[in-house]
Each structure stands twice: as C-alpha cells, then as structure tokens.
Design a binder for this molecule. Structure first.
Ligand code: G3P
Length: 217
C-alpha cells in the first residue's frame, strides 16, 4: 500500500517525506485555504513547490464544476509538473471530464466518493484513483472501511485498474483497517502516520535496553 500525506502544509510534507516512506501528496481547496494561500498564481506556485519536494503523485483539485471549466483548469494544473494528478469531484460533469483526461493522457483522482456505484462510474471513466472518504462516512453512522472492502472486491472481480485511495483518514487504526480491506493508497494527516509508530511496550522495552546498556558501556 502506498502512503500519501493529506495536507498542503510544507513543514508536514517535509517531515513525512524525511521518513522515507512517502509516495505522494493529496490536497483539496479546504487544505489550501488552511495554509492561507490566496490567488491562482500562489496556488499554482504552491503545487509546484510540493512537486519539487516529493517524488510521487501530487493531487491538485479543480474548483470548476462544468465540463469545459474542469478541462481548462485541469490542463493548466497538469502543465505545472509531470506528477500532477487532476482531482475532480464525483459529479456528472466531473465524470465527463475524467473521461476526457483519460483519453488525453492526464492522470485523475475522482474525489468525494461515498458509494460503490460512484466508484464503478469513476473506474469506467478511467480514473487513475478514486477517493472514498472514510472518516466522513464513519461520522454519518456508516462504516467507511466496509466501503473500501466493497470497492476492492468489485474492482478485483471486474478487473478495473483504478487505484483505491482511502481518504478522510482520522487515525492510525484507519490506516491498518484500510490496508486489510485492500486500499492501494492511504492519504493521511501527519498525526495518523506518526500514530503508527506508537506502542507503549516499545517505549518500555527501549527504556530497559538503554538502561541495561549502561551496564556494559
Ligand atoms: O482527502 C480528503 C480529506 O482531506 C478529507 O478529510 O478529514 O476533511 O474528512 P476530512
């Protein structure tokens, strides 16, 4: 399973990248706004900076909602760097645009996926990735990880090549469960990635080893 970081914060991207386990980055308009980035030029420059920091797929989301606008915006985003993946919302015009990007060799990430039917449609259009939002499904009283397993099963039966990118990850257990359920990628906040490191017995065991090492130092 690939690890992406889900942020537009450069310090957090650097920290995750320095671990040596980072395969890519996802962003969205909310994450960009959180960093206080304003204006098209600044946004484009920010994506370029991220692409220069991380050697992997970098999702950059369109904000247009009509076919012509999505295609126009997506072409500009894709021109920033070869690793840009155009992130497109799961709407009718978005599906048409994903098909256009597929036919024109531009990688896509179909975002805001909340059902298996949506994931099938995105795969039919040739999306490189689909992004089911695990945490938001859990928040609404359903099981987000179950959706990952269902999509993985369908894609396997049908031979779809689209990769399942589990998004809206809220904790380290989500990452483990998505790995078990067959996600190809998990895009995670830095805290969830670092949460994988933690176990109290590791800390206790290391303290004991270091204490005992003093006996022969
Ligand atoms: O990748 C999608 C993700 O950023 C949404 O996460 O926590 O806002 O549901 P969240």
């Amino acid at each position: 399973m690939k690890f992406f970081i889900d942020t537009a914060n450069l310090a957090q991207i650097k920290e995750a990248n320095d671990l040596g386990i980072l395969d890519g980055v996802t962003t969205n308009p909310s994450l960009m706004a959180k960093e206080g980035i304003k204006g098209t030029e600044a946004v484009m420059q920010h994506y370029k900076t991220i692409c220069e920091m991380v050697n992997g797929d970098i999702s950059a989301e369109v904000i247009s909602t009509d076919f012509a606008g999505i295609v126009e915006e997506g072409k500009k985003l894709a021109a920033i760097h070869k690793n840009i993946v155009v992130k497109v919302p799961m709407i009718k015009e978005g599906i048409k645009a994903i098909k256009w990007f597929t036919d024109n060799g531009i990688k896509t990430n179909c975002t805001l996926i909340f059902s298996a039917g949506q994931a099938i449609l995105a795969a039919k259009a040739g999306a490189t990735y689909v992004s089911p939002f695990i945490g938001r499904i859990d928040d609404s009283g359903w099981d987000g990880v179950e959706l990952i397993a269902q999509i993985a099963n369908i894609y396997s039966i049908q031979g779809f090549k689209t990769e399942i990118l589990a998004a809206s990850i809220r904790n380290a257990l989500h990452i483990v469960k998505c790995a078990e359920a067959g996600a190809d990628v998990c895009t995670c906040p830095l805290d969830s990635i670092l949460g994988l490191l933690k176990h109290p017995l590791t800390d206790i065991g290391l303290a004991k080893f270091l204490e005992d090492a003093k006996k022969f130092a």
